[in-house]
Design a protein around this ligand. Structure first.
Ligand code: FES
Ligand code: FES
Length: 238
C-alpha cells in the first residue's frame, strides 16, 4: 500500500540513531511484528479449538498426529513416548500401545471403543468413570493405563452374560433408577462391587455411605438405593 512505502515522520532520526549503534525502539516495526504475531497465534488457536476435547488430554505426543488406531497386534514396537501393555477387558485380551500419561478411562473409551464408561468430572469426584480392576472398583479417570499392565478389567459392557442382563442392570431398569443415565454405568459398577464386598453392611445407611462417591446430578438416589437392595436379593438368594 502507498502508506507503507512512505517514510513516517521521525524515521530519519531513527535511522541516524540506528547507524550510530544505539538500539532504539521502532514503534512501526513493533506494531507490524505484533500484528504478525497475533495472526499466527490466532491461526494456532483456531486449529487447537477444532481438536476434540478427548484428544487433548495431556498426551506426551500432543503436537503429533495420533494414529487412527493403536492396536499393533505384535507387528511393530511402540512408537517414541509409548509403552506396550496387555489388558484383559471383559474377558478379552488386548495388546495396546499407550502414551505414558494416558489414563485408563481414555484407553477404554477411545482405543477399545468401550464408551459405556463415562467421563464426568475427570478429577475423581463424580464416579461416572467407575470400572472394576481385578474385582475392585476404581475411578478410571485417575489411573494411568500403564499401571495396569496385565490387569483384568470389567466395564459396564462386561456385566451381562450371554445376552442376559446382570441383576443390577435389571434392577435399575425395574426401579427406574436413572433419569439422563449419564451416571448410571458408574453407579452400577460401584453397586456390584458393594454387593460383592462382605465388609459393606446390608442396611440402607451403609449402602448410601458406600455409594457416596457416585454423584447423580438428576437426584435419582432413592431409586438407585431401591435397585441395589433389590439386586442384592437376586444375587444372593436366601
Ligand atoms: S470422571 Fe472419574 S470420577 Fe468423575
Ligand atoms: S441419572 Fe442423570 S446424573 Fe444420574
Amino acid at each position: 500500500m502507498a502508506d507503507d512505502n512512505r517514510n513516517p515522520p521521525g524515521q530519519d532520526a531513527r535511522e541516524k540513531n540506528s547507524r550510530s549503534g544505539v538500539e532504539i525502539h521502532d514503534p512501526d516495526n513493533a506494531s507490524r511484528s505484533r500484528r504478525a504475531f497475533l495472526k499466527a497465534v490466532g491461526a494456532t488457536g483456531l486449529a487447537a479449538a477444532a481438536v476434540p476435547a478427548w484428544g487433548r488430554v495431556g498426551y506426551v505426543n500432543d503436537d503429533k498426529e495420533e494414529p487412527a488406531a493403536q492396536r499393533p497386534d505384535g507387528e511393530a514396537g511402540p512408537t517414541a513416548g509409548q509403552q506396550r501393555i496387555t489388558l484383559k477387558v471383559n474377558g478379552k485380551p488386548h495388546t495396546l500401545d499407550v502414551a505414558a500419561n494416558m489414563v485408563l478411562l481414555d484407553v477404554l473409551r477411545h482405543q477399545l471403543d468401550l464408551t459405556g464408561t463415562k467421563k464426568g468430572c475427570d478429577h475423581g469426584q463424580c464416579g461416572a468413570c467407575t470400572i472394576h480392576v481385578n474385582g475392585q472398583a476404581i475411578n478410571s479417570c485417575l489411573s494411568l493405563a500403564i499401571a495396569h499392565d496385565g490387569d483384568e478389567i470389567t466395564t459396564v459392557e462386561g456385566l451381562e452374560r450371554d445376552g442376559q442382563m446382570h441383576p443390577i442392570q435389571q434392577a435399575f431398569l425395574e426401579h427406574d433408577a436413572y433419569q439422563c443415565g449419564y451416571c448410571t454405568s458408574g453407579q452400577m459398577m460401584t453397586a456390584v462391587a458393594i454387593l460383592n464386598d462382605p465388609s459393606v453392611g446390608k442396611d440402607d445407611l451403609s449402602v448410601r455411605e458406600a455409594m457416596s462417591g457416585n454423584i447423580c446430578r438428576c437426584g435419582a438416589y432413592k431409586n438407585i438405593l431401591s435397585a441395589i437392595q433389590s439386586a442384592r436379593k437376586q444375587m444372593k438368594p436366601a
